[in-house]
Design a protein around this ligand. Structure first.
Ligand code: ASP
Ligand code: MG
Length: 413
């Protein structure tokens, strides 16, 4: 018998019919003898609806009042699910965040959990209840209602699992797991049985659609085994855990992540002297613009070119800042390009396997794709390429690293 925390997202509790289905599922786990704590989101669309109502009154409502408002969505679904369990003859009790006492800081609309009081929950579990907790919310020291940021119910579930020392935290959603890459780009994308916390974080651009990234960080920190599963289809889902000791066993590459969120800036002909990188990137940082990939070329005639990427949304601002720097430094020119894409191969297996980079570059060369920039970390190699080659590149890498699923009879036919 295990203690399981199960989280159901907005689409899984989006209608009464679905709430009844969730109740069926939860009841089955109860009947198997498990202790179950359920965390629910608001019905799909409800949080947006509430935010819309607020904005009909005020463009920027006081964050404290926003939290009072948007936290109501989750309170509705906890009660409805508890009723649906009661109807099935199972004992259940619903709680909002402040009743449990999910203590957070006072950063309204983006609060962080500090502590969870587990006394009441343990008592309910001991008396055979299913405990249904409202996701996304807590309470500060002063008793004000707080919320954890959009998608925050995942974090509630993981934090509860950590506090209760649950055996597993199951995130039920509308996909059946984490995939090797986006199945819309690669037909042969496969569901992973397992992925490590670290890999999941690096796969952020894919994974964030499945799971709030902050929840993954939290789970990694407290070593809470996380499982992503489909709400209404049977299947094992994807287990997210710590890296196993035997890294030799790990497949070299877990998946291919990509995004079109970045743009590239180049400053040409800057003097090759100490402090130049600082003089270029300092003002960018001061403008609160995040820089991702950086490349500086070797100097010729005592000048060099310097290229870096920023979020696309920051491009115009970054260009302005960089143009000013260029004038100050007497640089030749500033160029920008927003038609780029970033592709990463991700895998903890890289640590024990050499040659991943050359395999990646070869796979791209074979399909004639030019690499503009390269950056690496211990478990990831990323390249910047022209955006129009993104899908071709992802497919080439997916097959080069042996990630393609065996064709099923259906798809082969
Ligand atoms: N209902 C909140 C949102 O839509 C929290 C969540 O769903 O996790 O962001
Ligand atoms: Mg959600």
């Amino acid at each position: 018998m295990a203690l399981i925390v199960q989280k159901f997202g907005g689409t899984s509790v989006g209608t009464i019919e679905r709430i009844e289905q969730v109740a069926e599922k939860v009841a089955r786990f109860r009947d198997d003898g498990h202790d179950v704590v359920v965390v629910v989101s608001a019905m799909s669309g409800e949080t947006n609806r509430l935010i819309g109502l607020a904005h009909e009154i005020q463009e920027e409502p006081v964050p404290r009042e926003m939290d009072v408002l948007v936290s109501t969505g989750e309170q509705v679904t906890t009660a409805l699910l508890a009723m649906a369990l009661n109807k099935r003859g199972r004992k259940a009790r619903s709680y909002n965040g402040s009743q449990v006492r999910i203590l957070t800081d006072d950063a309204h609309t983006k609060a962080r959990i500090r502590e969870i009081d587990d006394v009441r929950l343990h008592a309910d579990l001991a008396s055979g209840h299913v405990v249904v907790v409202a996701g996304f919310q807590g309470v500060d020291e002063q008793g004000n209602i707080t919320t954890l940021g959009r998608g925050g119910s995942d974090t509630t579930a993981v934090a509860l699992a950590a506090a209760l020392k649950a055996d597993e935290c199951q995130i039920y959603t509308d996909v059946d797991g984490v995939y090797t890459t986006d199945p819309r780009v690669v037909d042969g994308a496969r569901r992973l049985d397992k992925i490590t916390f670290e890999e999941m974080l690096e796969m952020a651009s894919m994974g964030s659609k499945v799971l709030q990234i902050r929840a993954v960080e939290f789970a990694g920190k407290y070593n809470v085994p996380l499982r992503v599963l489909h709400s209404f289809q049977e299947g094992p889902g994807t287990l997210i855990t710590l890296e196993e000791d035997d890294a030799m066993e790990a497949p070299t590459i877990a998946g291919i992540a990509f995004n079109r969120d970045e743009a590239k800036l180049t400053i040409l002909g800057v003097p090759d002297t100490p402090g130049v990188a600082y003089r270029i990137l300092g003002p960018i940082g001061d403008a609160n613009i995040e820089v991702d990939v950086i490349v500086q070329n070797v100097a010729e005639d005592n000048t060099t070119d310097f290229t870096f990427t920023v979020g696309r949304g920051d491009l115009a601002r970054a260009e302005e800042v960089l143009q000013r720097t260029a004038d100050e430094l007497g640089a030749r020119e500033v160029r920008s390009d927003s038609k780029i894409a970033k592709i990463s191969v991700v895998g903890v297996g890289m640590r024990s396997h050499a040659g991943v980079a050359s395999q990646m570059f070869q796979a791209l060369a074979d399909v004639n794709i030019n690499i503009q920039m390269i950056t690496t970390s211990e478990i990831k190699i990323s390249v910047i390429i022209e955006e129009k080659f993104l899908e071709l590149a992802v497919r080439a890498l997916h097959s080069s690293f042996g990630l393609d699923a065996e064709p099923t009879e259906e798809s082969a036919a």
